[in-house]
Design a protein around this ligand. Structure first.
Ligand SMILES: Nc1ncnc2c1ncn2[C@@H]1O[C@H](COP(=O)(O)OP(=O)(O)OP(=O)(O)O)[C@@H](O)[C@H]1O
Ligand SMILES: [Mg+2]
Length: 455
């Protein structure tokens, strides 16, 4: 909110209304004051206020009735924060108002300063709510391209380049540390290409032992080697007409690199043990989290293959070098995981956001996403607090750190252990286990289900 925050003040007693109004105006608020409940209702229908401060006892319309009206007739997004002022005898109805969604109440008589503090919080709350709404409605659309979220210049450039390359059949090389979104980008390119209805076949070169990788890529004929009982189609053949995504290409052995180079040059390959070569029409998207130029210099990656692959290089910088993307990514993942877990997240505290902004993210966007997913689960209510933000801990420098799968496995192992131990110490009483862990029962149930812990 760039403009001044607006407050509607309603109290039938002028001798209370006037000093409160002056005090709030001195604080810099735009204040509208009225002694009548009905007038307040009319004003609320006419324009949007950030905060409504209302006396419960007004002759023409009670504060509680006004709150009822407001919650029934004003859509949540436009509703003010409500603060109720109440005499001792009507505390009950103030509580009823809170149940309807009022934010706070002040019991008369109170000091003017109390009202100022409560209002300041209400205004802040409203500001964050508006900001959040703005973030998730407009910004997200603006900064979400085929699921790739980011507002930094570098990401916008990568997206623009990817859009152009999607229309061609050029080979693409995507470079970036673990978790920077290489696979996401590869899919986006395929989905935007003329071949989008054809298959996108993914091969993780690092996950398959070299001896098997060749037959995985190119297939084999029956009897090609011991155990080859039938003909088998390779991934290149399966991807014919579409796209093959060769992930972690930097780990490929030199002999396979040479075979891959041939496919790229001649658009044909031979299945293991076959006598004739096979033609293919496949777009290759390769990805690596290693410094592939270094591998070339060290003689571990064929220079010719590098040049063939590097026709269109797309570089995804680490998250710590594009921190402007953090807030939009946070919003994106909050929404995604709130939706997934059926939770309603209304707000993320600034201190929580500050923690996220300050961290180095060696696991990049994937680590950020995991952190947000965990925060959504750990926060008992609709607000993400700083304490809900827990990083997995120090995992060493990004390049020499643990592979991300291993890290994730470690984190999950630790979570599972903690939950099991707490449950054991609490003698199986979930409520106590949750207290030991410092999480809500709801969060505990989530972990129990996630890790299928026997209760
Ligand atoms: N810009 C982004 N916007 C939204 N989600 C993203 C973005 N970048 C990454 N992600 C998400 O982060 C996770 C990791 O991304 P992805 O698997 O594409 O990374 P990667 O670079 O292939 O990592 P690795 O090298 O470990 O395989 C995925 O869940 C992905 O959807
Ligand atoms: Mg990947």
């Amino acid at each position: 909110m760039t403009s001044r925050a607006s407050i509607l003040l309603a109290d039938d007693e002028e001798k209370i209304l006037i000093p409160l109004r002056r005090a709030l105006e001195r604080e810099g608020y735009d204040v509208v004051a009225t002694t009548r409940g009905r007038e307040a209702r009319r004003l609320l229908n006419e324009r949007i206020f950030d905060v409504l401060v209302v006396d419960n006892l007004m002759p023409d319309l009670s504060g509680l009735d006004l709150v009822r009206d407001v919650t029934a007739s004003i859509p949540e997004a436009d509703r003010p924060q409500i603060v109720m002022m109440t005499a001792h005898a009507t505390v009950e109805s103030a509580i009823a108002a809170m149940k309807l969604g009022a934010r706070d109440y002040l019991q008369k008589p109170f000091e003017v300063d109390e009202l100022i503090v409560v209002d300041a919080h209400a205004v802040e709350h409203q500001r964050l709510r508006t900001q959040h709404r703005y973030l998730i409605s407009e910004r997200e659309e603006e900064f979400d391209h085929y699921g790739i979220v980011g507002r930094s210049r570098v990401i916008q450039d990568v997206i623009a380049k990817a859009e152009r390359v999607a229309e061609t059949k050029s080979t693409v090389l995507i470079m970036g540390e673990t978790g920077t979104g290489k696979e996401l980008l590869a899919r986006a390119i395929h989905d935007r290409s003329a071949q989008r209805n054809m298959p996108l076949i993914k091969v993780n070169c690092a996950a398959i032992p070299d001896t098997l990788l060749e037959s995985e890529l190119f297939g084999h004929v029956r009897g090609a080697f011991t155990g080859a009982a039938t003909n088998k189609k390779g991934k290149f053949a399966l991807a014919d007409g579409g796209t093959i995504f060769l992930d972690e290409i930097g780990t490929m052995s030199p002999s396979l690199q040479a075979k891959l180079l041939r496919v790229l040059q001649e658009r044909e390959f031979e299945p293991l043990g076959a006598e004739r070569s096979q033609r293919v029409d496949v777009r290759v998207i390769a990805a690596t989290n290693r410094d592939i130029k270094r591998l070339v210099e060290d003689g571990r990656f064929l220079e010719d293959l590098f040049y063939r692959l590097n026709v269109i290089p797309l570089v995804l910088p680490p998250l710590r070098e594009r921190r402007e993307d953090i807030p939009v990514l946070v919003e994106h993942f909050l929404r995604k995981h709130a939706h997934r877990s059926g939770r309603k997240i209304e707000e993320i505290r600034e201190e929580a956001l500050a923690r996220l902004n300050a961290y180095d993210w060696p696991g990049n966007v994937r680590e950020l996403e995991n952190t947000i997913e965990r925060a959504v689960v750990l926060s008992g209510g609709p607000v993400i607090e700083a304490r809900d933000i827990t990083m997995p801990g120090v995992i060493g420098p990004a390049s020499g750190g643990l592979p991300s799968q291993e890290l994730r496995a470690n984190v999950e192992w630790a979570e599972r252990q903690s939950v099991q131990q707490a449950l054991a110490r609490a003698g199986g009483v979930k409520k106590d286990a949750a207290t030991l862990l410092g999480i809500s029962q709801r969060a505990l149930s989530y972990y129990l289900a996630k890790y299928r812990v026997e209760e």
